[in-house]
Design a protein around this ligand. Structure first.
Ligand code: SF4
Length: 248
């Protein structure tokens, strides 16, 4: 039997309660809300909060076709734990076929543009189908994850996709995420135990060394400023934007 939120230490319970309040507020305000689970550590926390306290939110994930076997095992364990199906979205076969045959099976390593092309077909297009008709989407981003995410607001208008974006875990620390997972004995990706703080597609994610930034294992061959997946477009600080507005 799972441990309930009320049994968490006070500070963690307050974090969880605060996130649940934000999720309830999003449903009250926007009605049709979905959660795009990345299946990382934050995602198992957020899925637990949603399915335990705000079940009206539609939870989905995207199977890019290049995920680690451990990630597929996690999907099964999550579904078994909650007795609910995690809705999965897939790339359009014809678009993928065309892209791979034109660029190569691992052509995403050849340039940032080609990587964005692969992410566009495998992630962004299924994401667009998943959020069609929704008024808001929930993300598990945290401020500490990157300079770009540090500037996020709990609720933002997502002009890229034309709906509101709600980020109820923004203030959580990595330690709090893992305390919550352990206290509640949530299923999580076993790769986290072998040096993977952030897990995406297998060819584009690797383990990081002690002291390295948690997102340094994602698209490590690219410059840090290009390392986002397309679902969370990179933003510049006001200071940088003022220096070169054309690069906003
Ligand atoms: S993370 Fe890598 S394999 Fe996955 S969609 Fe993006 S470029 Fe393609």
């Amino acid at each position: 039997m799972s441990i309930q939120v009320a049994e968490l230490p006070k500070t963690l319970r307050e974090r969880a309660d605060n996130s649940i309040s934000q999720l309830h507020a999003a449903v009250s305000q926007y009605g049709n809300v979905c959660y795009a689970s990345s299946l990382g550590a934050e995602s198992v926390v957020l899925t637990d909060l949603i399915w335990s306290a705000v079940p009206d939110i539609d939870v989905f994930s995207i199977d890019t076709g290049r995920l680690y076997p451990e990630t597929y095992e996690l999907i099964e364990r999550i579904q078994h734990r909650y007795g609910r199906a995690l809705r999965l979205y897939y790339p359009q076969a014809s678009d993928l076929e065309e892209w791979v045959n034109a660029n190569g099976i691992n052509g995403f390593r050849d340039s940032v543009e080609q990587r964005h092309g692969c992410c566009g077909i495998r992630k962004v297009a299924p994401f667009r189908r998943a959020i069609a008709g929704k008024n808001a989407w929930v993300t598990g981003i945290r401020r500490a994850q990157s300079a770009s995410r540090a500037m996020a607001a709990p609720v933002e208008w997502d002009s890229e996709y034309g709906l509101h974006k709600v980020s109820p875990l923004l203030e959580w620390t990595e330690t709090e995420i893992w305390d919550y997972i352990r206290k509640k004995r949530l299923p999580y990706n076993s790769l986290h135990d072998t040096g993977f703080p952030s897990i995406g597609c297998a060819p584009c994610t690797r383990e990081v060394q002690a002291g390295e930034h948690e997102r340094s294992g994602r698209w490590w061959w690219e410059r840090p400023e290009s390392r986002e997946c397309g679902l969370h477009p990179r933003r510049k600080s006001p200071a940088l934007a003022a220096v070169n507005p054309a690069k906003r």
